[in-house]
Design a protein around this ligand. Sequence first.
Ligand SMILES: Cc1cc2nc3c(=O)[nH]c(=O)nc-3n(C[C@H](O)[C@H](O)[C@H](O)COP(=O)(O)OP(=O)(O)OC[C@H]3O[C@@H](n4cnc5c(N)ncnc54)[C@H](O)[C@@H]3O)c2cc1C
Length: 419
Amino acid sequence: MPDRPKVVVLGGGFGGVGAVKKLKDADADVLLVDKHNYHTFQPLLYQVATDLLDTPTVGHPLRDLFHDHANISVKQATVTGIDLDKRRVSFAEIGSRPYDYLVLGLGATVNFFGVEGADKHAFPMYTLADAVRLKEHVLERWEAADRDPGLIDDGALNVVIVGAGPTGVESAGALAELYRANLAKDYPDIPQDKARIIVVEAGDAVLSMFKTGLQTYAKKALEKRTVEVMLGEIVESIEPTRVRLKSGTVLNAHTLIWGAGLQANPVVSGLDIELQHGNRIAVGPDLTLPEHPEVFVVGDIAWITDAKTKTVLPQLGSVALQAGEHAGETIARTLRKKKVEPFEYEDKGTMATIGRKSAVVQFRRGRSLTGTTAWLAWGTVHLALLSTGEDRAKAVVDWTWAGFTHERAGRIIVDETER
Ligand SMILES: Cc1cc2nc3c(=O)[nH]c(=O)nc-3n(C[C@H](O)[C@H](O)[C@H](O)COP(=O)(O)OP(=O)(O)OC[C@H]3O[C@@H](n4cnc5c(N)ncnc54)[C@H](O)[C@@H]3O)c2cc1C
């Protein structure tokens, strides 16, 4: 068979998977590479961390998504560098590979903004491993406090969540429901008022990207679930059992969840191109790199200016998926010598859930929803985004079970040292 054009897609997140799905009938050899052998559904990571969903619902095998497409292959490997001029990508495990077209969708990583101790002691929530680590740490602290009640006043059960964006708010709400509904029954001797959940936010509102009315709703909904919200407070340093704020307040807490900031994947620093805020890569209207029309950049790593509003699109799953699909579609059309279009983002609304029957949804034209209707809308949108019907079924079963019974099945610690 004559050599076909080679398309290399880096990253099997929303962006990468979106691109590959649009390339399944293309006359090209498509290689999808990710350092994990699964796609991570980041928006539901906090549900793994709080025992609502199991790992296979939120992580889906990448190979399973493309079984029926002979032109697509998947490799688990770690990208170490990209040579834009030579059109080659280097990997830690498989040497280097050439490309005719490249889709760069390596996502973002946590940004601790240099806060002392954060890299060692904070729990970020960006990968499936992060979510499992957090879940097991919290459960382990409850078991420790049950054995030694002296740990309770030391803050063993207190959780500080840094950042009141969607990640912080969703984690705080879910954790509060776990504490007050499930762990309260599991550990009847531990007084619940000694297990605090505190959100620390430098700004003056929770969910700052939402309208004021929705911010107020979200704050009240958190407080109703016994979450303490500290606004205008900045974390200065983090120790294993203490969190120090710039105001001088010291919080006793053995767990700190970091939901405060992102930066683009470190691979971008080797590209020798000018980077934007958060180290993101600016792309043109067709999502390609200036001077490299064969390189598409999509998702959290990209700095995409919206064609309609002229604002930079946020780091969201919906943006990543649509951009990835557009990149894949553009490559497929180019190979067929068809006309291509610039990228246009279709904003279907921004949403965040606070807990059972409580969420906020804000549509582009100003309409908004709160409460049960918003919560159902949030559930519907997230189910639609999950990779396969099987994942959707798993999530529906777990959510329905938890919805009716308030039960969460995953409250076990698997000891790694026994493996
Ligand atoms: C906790 C949390 C909650 C969120 N909630 C929402 C929400 O409710 N709604 C919403 O729209 N968005 C939400 N987001 C944002 C959304 O998940 C991201 O915008 C989206 O995942 C970005 O997709 P991506 O494809 O750019 O990157 P990612 O999904 O991060 O995928 C990048 C992929 O690259 C791989 N990778 C990274 N480095 C390497 C390397 N060196 N070599 C090989 N592979 C590599 C990773 O393993 C990963 O699979 C949330 C994010 C988080 C963290």
